[in-house]
Each structure stands twice: as C-alpha cells, then as structure tokens.
Ligand binder design. Structure first.
Ligand SMILES: [Zn+2]
Length: 123
C-alpha cells in the first residue's frame, strides 16, 4: 500500500484510473522521484493520467508504464514544458514522451520504468 502523505503535492484521486475502477496503484519509488521533481519544479503539476488498470490501458491503446504505476502525464506547455523535461532528466527519468503540437492539448509523459529501454518520443 502506498502512503500518500509522503507526497505532499499529490493526492491519490488525481492518480486514480480513469475507467472508474478507482485503482491508484502507483509505485512508491516512482512517486518519490516525482515528488522530488515537483519540489524542484516549484509549481503545480496537473496530472492528466497516472495509474491505469490493464483493461483500461489496453482499451485506450496506452503504453506499458501506466499499468506498472510508473508513469504520469502532466499537462504543461511552452517554457514550463522545457523546464519540466530538463528537471526530469536531472532526476534520471528514463522515459519521456512529449506531446507539444500547436492546436493540441499539451503534455509531458514522465516514465520511470528502468526495465524498458530508455527513450524519448513524441505523441
Ligand atoms: Zn481501471
């Protein structure tokens, strides 16, 4: 069980699976790093997707990290997106997805799975 009080800038509800199952099985190790990144970032970080149960992740065609509890999609753009990616690299986040197209909702995926290849991708 995860002790959410260790991550003062985040709450369980914002990491819960969007299918309605209510699960928020985040990895404590990943949340520790994410909190460190948030502290360095110094501004609110809006989590648009945290944990996803395997069924929901398959339904939406998501990548492998959300069901592992080792990913957070953050709504962020422009200079803040650059700063967030830079801080994530400093904290050795191994997998970063960037969705920053004009006219589209803008996100940065922060992925903490060290079992998968280190990667940066656009989506
Ligand atoms: Zn679910």
């Amino acid at each position: 069980m995860i002790n959410w009080s260790l991550y003062p800038n985040f709450s369980e509800s914002e990491f819960a699976c969007h299918c309605g199952c209510g699960q928020a099985e985040m990895s404590p190790e990943f949340m520790h790093v994410l909190q460190s990144i948030r502290t360095e970032f110094g501004r609110p970080m809006t989590v648009t997707s945290g944990y996803r149960c395997p069924a929901h992740n398959e339904k939406i065609g998501g990548g492998p990290e959300h069901p592992m509890g080792k990913a957070a999609d953050i709504a962020v753009s422009n200079p803040d997106a650059m700063r967030l990616v830079s801080i994530a690299c400093r904290f050795r986040i191994p997998r970063i997805g960037v969705s920053q197209r004009a006219g589209k909702a803008r996100f940065v995926h922060i992925g903490g799975s060290t079992d998968l290849p280190h990667a940066i991708w656009s989506y």
